[in-house]
Design a protein around this ligand. Sequence first.
Ligand SMILES: [Zn+2]
Length: 202
Amino acid sequence: MVDLIPSPDTVMQILKRTGAFREGHFVYPNGKHSPYYFQMPLAFRYYDTARVLAVALSRKFRVDRDISSQLPKVAVISPSSGGIPVAFGVRDALNAEQIYWAEQENGKRMFRQYINQGEVNPCIIVDDIIRSGSATEETAELVKALGSRVLGCGAIVKFTSADDSLEDTPIKSLVEFDVQMFDSGDECSDCKKDAPIEHVRF
Ligand SMILES: [Zn+2]
């Protein structure tokens, strides 16, 4: 089973081919410059690609005894809309019982109304990409507030700048990416070459 997880190189090829991994000269909303940008839903627009990526991530959870022993009474939870196709794919592969996703409402991460205390199974939090890790952390807080616990967490891509674990739960990923970020145009190598800028929304 485990050797069916594609290598980080193979995953990066998939992300490049689908347009989810982009190279250029990007300016983020926080003003930082980078030669790289991930727009992960572009990989998840193709069902076959989405399935390959989600199944691969699911295998990293299935080998975890704490998780496999609880299945199918497990929830798969996405911190945001980008992680919803990942959550459905991982759920399918693990045959987990529940799916939830959080959304931003007035700047605050929340679950939909009427999810009650005690209803959420022990869970795995999955996202398409973990940049800072704050979305995962906020989701873990929501889960705990509902009386459940986090068994595992992970994403297709994780930036190396994010923490390697959520409290004592290791964060699993198919690719660890060392994203180069420049705090401003003054330090940016592409700005020095006068390369045209693309503004990205988040
Ligand atoms: Zn620049």
